[in-house]
Design a protein around this ligand. Structure first.
Ligand SMILES: Cc1cc2nc3c(=O)[nH]c(=O)nc-3n(C[C@H](O)[C@H](O)[C@H](O)COP(=O)(O)OP(=O)(O)OC[C@H]3O[C@@H](n4cnc5c(N)ncnc54)[C@H](O)[C@@H]3O)c2cc1C
Length: 381
């Protein structure tokens, strides 16, 4: 599969499955199993995996396009896909000796959805500092943890779980483990009823003395933090930026459609024909959206050809994208007025979904702190 085929497959799924169901799934907080079932045959679950395990071996450019395409139709499904790709990359980067090849082949074959379970009730958005600690018992480890938000909770076949290493000395001495969904002691701890991203099942999960065999330890003891920063963070920040771009494009399209169709019958004009102020706000939305697209292109270029400024771009991208998505969808709410407020349009879902980007860790605030430290030469952690 090449880039164009992947994006066209994503568009077909977005048009056929995501867009028609997005409104109802959002209303009911319903996870779209149909969307996930379609991703496998389309070759998208193993998008970035190497060909040896059946993957499409495509890069960040394709990932960004696929996620943007999904998010234009349904940001919840786009987030589910993004968390899957991030977790898959972590599994693929597993240490020597990890028995992950069957999982990777299942992912490529479209039989396996995975996700990240990093955030904990105790350390909140500081996902790099789990408070749970793995305990070693003979060859195996035992995990007991309260994971506060896990996208695809109860729907994934596996979870990439962080915990402090058994002998870890500092708050970032974490290790990553692959926990199968049928592991005794693993359970979803409550419902997901968020303001936005309502259809992605980001529920809390509990691990109660889950026994993990050595082959399912993904990183060396204490090397979880490195994997979070080097494997997960670039993809996650690129992907959340792409989700934001999809939301912005959908907001521009939805606003334009409303301005072209809603009428002042007493004036014999559409809203767009009648009010220059609305046209100007639509223009600002378009300018901001295209600016975000250019930023994402720049980040893709930095990921394809890493250089000194790559980590800074990774940090900047998500921080900026979260703000742009909130600004563009807020303007859409204002321009579309009562029609948006009364939920006649999809705009209010975009507005609610856009707010998740800034909340998801690393949050916009934390990213700004990191960027400021990086500029001043102060260690990030
Ligand atoms: C829809 C959704 C899906 C999610 N999916 C997953 C998932 O799949 N896996 C997963 O592991 N987690 C997931 N999360 C969790 C997410 O990544 C965050 O950990 C969580 O939302 C943060 O919760 P909090 O606001 O309680 O954090 P808090 O740490 O309490 O943050 C509160 C406020 O303090 C600010 N703040 C915190 N630290 C700093 C700092 N150092 N400097 C400046 N400001 C700071 C934050 O920006 C925020 O505004 C998801 C969250 C959401 C909303």
């Amino acid at each position: 599969m090449d880039h164009a085929t992947a994006v066209s497959n994503a568009k077909e799924i977005a048009d056929r499955i995501l867009a028609p169901a997005a409104r109802q799934n959002d209303k009911e907080g319903r996870f779209s199993s149909e969307a996930i079932a379609a991703l496998g045959p389309a070759g998208l679950l193993g998008l970035m995996l190497p060909a040896e395990v059946g993957g499409a071996a495509l890069g960040p450019r394709t990932l960004a396009s696929v996620i943007t395409t999904f998010a234009e139709a349904d940001a919840s499904a786009a987030m589910v896909y993004l968390m899957h790709v991030c977790a898959t990359a972590t599994i693929a980067a597993a240490r020597q000796g990890a028995t992950v090849a069957p999982t990777l082949r299942d992912i490529s074959a479209g039989r396996h959805l995975t996700t990240l379970a990093f955030s904990e009730a105790g350390s909140r958005s500081h996902f790099w500092a789990p408070v749970s600690r793995a305990e070693r018992n003979a060859a195996n480890v035992h995990l007991t943890a309260k994971k506060s938000f896990v996208t695809s909770a109860g729907h994934a076949q596996s979870y990439v779980v962080s915990a402090l290493s058994p002998e870890g000395k500092t708050a970032t001495d974490s290790t990553l483990y692959l926990v199968a969904s049928d592991t005794p002691g693993l359970s979803v701890a409550g419902p997901w009823d968020g303001l936005g991203m309502r259809a992605n099942a980001s529920a809390p999960m509990i691990l109660e003395d889950c026994e993990i065999a050595p082959g399912l330890q993904l990183t060396d003891d204490g090397a979880g933090f490195k994997a979070m920063l080097e494997v997960v963070l670039p993809l996650f920040n690129l992907g959340t930026s792409a989700v934001a771009l999809g939301l912005c494009r959908a907001a521009v399209a939805g606003t334009a459609s409303h301005l072209n169709s809603a009428r002042f019958d007493h004036l014999g004009q559409t809203l767009g024909e009648s009010l220059q102020t609305l046209r100007a706000q639509l223009a600002t939305m378009q300018i901001d959206t295209d600016g975000l697209a250019a930023r994402i292109d720049d980040l893709v270029d930095h990921l394809e050809r890493p250089r000194d400024t790559t980590m800074l771009r990774v940090l900047e991208s998500k921080a900026a994208a979260g703000e742009v998505a909130i600004a563009v969808t807020s303007t859409a709410m204002r321009v579309c007025g009562g029609a948006a407020f009364s939920k006649h349009l999809a705009i209010e879902r975009l507005f609610r979904d856009a707010h998740a980007g800034a909340v998801m860790a690393p949050t916009g605030d934390v990213l700004r702190d990191f960027i400021g430290k990086a500029i001043l030469g102060i260690p990030l952690f």
